[in-house]
Design a protein around this ligand. Structure first.
Ligand SMILES: C[S@@+](CC[C@H](N)C(=O)[O-])C[C@H]1O[C@@H](n2cnc3c(N)ncnc32)[C@H](O)[C@@H]1O
Length: 236
């Protein structure tokens, strides 16, 4: 059964946190190395290296382009959308015009038509309110080619210490206002449990859903938790 759109009050319609632009402009969060969990899931479940034609890839929330080297390695064609001008400028400086980029709030518009074989999302949708995430996932689903896959890693889990910190918002899944730790200065953060993940992806066929718990000991004890997901476009 398809999900109905979730509605919260006015504030939660805001999507992109402008804090991201401030962080990138100040030189923070410039990670430029592909994320290992993303590499494993893409290679195991999307098998881009076995495709005869170049694989069309869209990354939503591409940041400064950490995942571009992976896509180039398997010969894919990279398209990235992000709403931080500074992050996109950093990619253009390193890759020139070889990469297709668009600046947009991906909860309002994904300005690429597709169809895409793979949509990558590393910790990007999870920095939005539930209503914006739902709108964005509807656009992602429409832009996927038949049999195309969404691969998302680092969807933050309600089963982690940070879910109890920060300020509550009118969206029960979202907290904001972190002043220390990994979420300091990033604006809103969405936390999901299993039911929430299954609800968000109910228009897809969920092929993989991993709940990863990590107990950090140093520099301080902390319980971290996140979801990784591979969701396929349903045959219609
Ligand atoms: C945690 S960073 C991840 C960056 C990149 N995916 C990586 O793995 O290094 C989240 C990114 O999502 C972008 N983002 C978050 N919400 C957005 C929105 N609604 N529209 C466009 N970009 C958004 C931020 O600007 C930021 O670049």
């Amino acid at each position: 059964m398809s999900r109905n759109q979730t509605h919260f009050c006015e504030d939660s319609k805001m999507s992109f946190s402008p804090e991201w632009e401030h962080l990138y402009a100040s030189g923070a969060h410039h990670s430029v190395w592909p994320w290992s969990e993303l590499i494993s899931l893409i290679m195991r479940h999307a098998r881009p290296h076995q495709s005869e034609a170049p694989v069309q890839v869209l990354e939503i929330g591409c940041g400064v382009g950490a995942n571009i080297p992976l896509v180039q390695w398997f010969g894919g064609v990279f398209h990235g959308v992000d709403n931080s001008a500074s992050a996109l400028a950093s990619i253009r400086q390193r890759y020139g015009d070889k990469i297709e980029l668009a600046q947009a709030d991906f909860c309002e518009d994904i300005p690429f038509i597709g169809p895409f074989d793979i949509v990558i999302d590393r910790a990007s949708l999870t920095h939005n309110f539930t209503s914006g995430i739902e709108l964005s996932l509807d656009m992602v689903e429409k832009r996927l080619a038949p049999g195309g896959v969404y691969v998302g890693v680092h969807w933050f889990s309600t089963d982690c210490d940070d879910f109890k910190l920060g300020e509550p918002t009118e969206d029960p899944h979202v907290r904001k206002g972190y002043s220390r730790g990994d979420f300091a200065g990033v604006g809103q953060v969405h936390f999901a449990d299993q039911a929430c993940m299954e609800h968000l992806f109910s228009n897809f066929s969920i092929e993989v859903l991993d709940h990863v718990i990590s107990e950090a000991v140093k520099p301080e004890r902390q319980r971290l938790g996140w979801w990784n997901i591979v969701a396929k476009k349903k045959n219609t």
